[in-house]
Design a protein around this ligand. Sequence first.
Ligand SMILES: CCCCC/C=C\C/C=C\C/C=C\C/C=C\CCCC(=O)CC(=O)SCCNC(=O)CCNC(=O)[C@H](O)C(C)(C)COP(=O)(O)OP(=O)(O)OC[C@H]1O[C@@H](n2cnc3c(N)ncnc32)[C@H](O)[C@@H]1OP(=O)(O)O
Ligand SMILES: NC(=O)C1=CN([C@@H]2O[C@H](COP(=O)(O)OP(=O)(O)OC[C@H]3O[C@@H](n4cnc5c(N)ncnc54)[C@H](OP(=O)(O)O)[C@@H]3O)[C@@H](O)[C@H]2O)C=CC1
Length: 312
Amino acid sequence: MESALPAAGFLYWVGAGTVAYLALRISYSLFMAFRVWGLGHGPGVGPELGEWAVVTGGTDGIGKSYAEELAKCGMKVVLISRSQDKLNEVSREIREKFKVETKTIAADFASEDIYDKIKTSLEGLKIGVLVNNVGISYEYPEYFLEIPDLDNTIKKMLNVNILSVCKMTHLVLPGMVERSKGVILNISSASGMNPFPLLTIYSATKGFVDFFSQCIHEEYKSKGIFVQSVLPFFVATKMSKIRKPSLTVPTSEAYVKSAMKTVGLKTRTNGYPIHSLMGTIVCMLPSSLYLKLSMYRGKSIRARYLKKAKKN
Ligand SMILES: CCCCC/C=C\C/C=C\C/C=C\C/C=C\CCCC(=O)CC(=O)SCCNC(=O)CCNC(=O)[C@H](O)C(C)(C)COP(=O)(O)OP(=O)(O)OC[C@H]1O[C@@H](n2cnc3c(N)ncnc32)[C@H](O)[C@@H]1OP(=O)(O)O
Ligand SMILES: NC(=O)C1=CN([C@@H]2O[C@H](COP(=O)(O)OP(=O)(O)OC[C@H]3O[C@@H](n4cnc5c(N)ncnc54)[C@H](OP(=O)(O)O)[C@@H]3O)[C@@H](O)[C@H]2O)C=CC1
């Protein structure tokens, strides 16, 4: 009886400590959400950082929306993607709508020999913002060994999702450091925060982007550079193949408008209020439960995709 009392006291303090810790974490998250999305603040970017913004994969989805938001802030925009036709069309739209200068570079980030051409095209530009947005994912969630053309998929996904982030940062960061200002926005994914089975290679590349961003921010923040890791859940784009936006699946325009409010305030963000709530919940789940739920989710999307493919 006597020896049970100190154990009960110990458990009481462990319980009280845990509750206090969780209460503090939730209060801090709510306070930050209110500060970022409730109070609002001016754009954390603009031509004062350097007149040009560079957006990789800037002709569709999330990248196109970043290009438009940056142009709206008065920045000149360089768009980089594969198709010159799409580049011409989107750059014309941006020039006409926002009255800013644009430049295009046609390059395929699946290749490794494009960076000399990009370097030459960017020479002499004062780049204030780099958005490392380009990324590719699976056609649909799939078991590792069943991925069509696996060797080629591995190489392509690593080149587009990882190599592009390192190489573009290498090209742009020296100028920013020299001018002691600049913002780099790296588009990771919620699947880079927590592993997402059946999107294994993709999820792991996005984990790389998240770690890379956090480390570079810590290395260069004293030089006036702000690096942000952006971690969206699903957004309605060609990549997710979700056609109809919903409460939890915003359009890319709504997503980016919201994510831009966090620039300068948060080095890691899910970018959208409901996504932040989902991120907070997911991070509090025991990892075994999270993995079960995400595997279940992946399997259900896979089944729907395969059923639809069989019908067509
Ligand atoms: C609030 C608490 C949260 C707790 C969470 C707990 C556990 C965690 C569990 C899961 C983790 C959650 C999210 C994952 C994390 C990160 C994801 C990041 C994604 C990312 O980085 C980008 C990608 O890599 S996307 C993956 C690659 N692309 C694909 O796999 C495409 C596959 N999809 C398709 O082919 C099609 O969409 C389809 C065949 C599945 C359906 O197409 P169809 O034309 O038939 O249907 P639609 O009209 O488009 O939509 C109907 C309906 O379904 C919803 N929906 C469609 N697709 C998806 C999808 N991929 N994911 C989720 N939901 C999808 C769509 O929104 C519609 O819903 P509605 O009927 O309107 O409610
Ligand atoms: N949509 C979502 O649900 C989520 C997306 N993300 C991330 O957001 C980023 C953007 O995704 P999203 O907007 O959905 O993608 P989209 O597929 O809608 O757009 C992709 C853009 O990248 C370009 N692109 C694709 N492949 C290459 C390549 N090999 N070389 C050069 N450019 C290329 C495309 O242009 P073109 O085809 O002309 O080359 C297009 O401009 C990605 O990094 C993705 O991982 C993260 C979480 C969720």
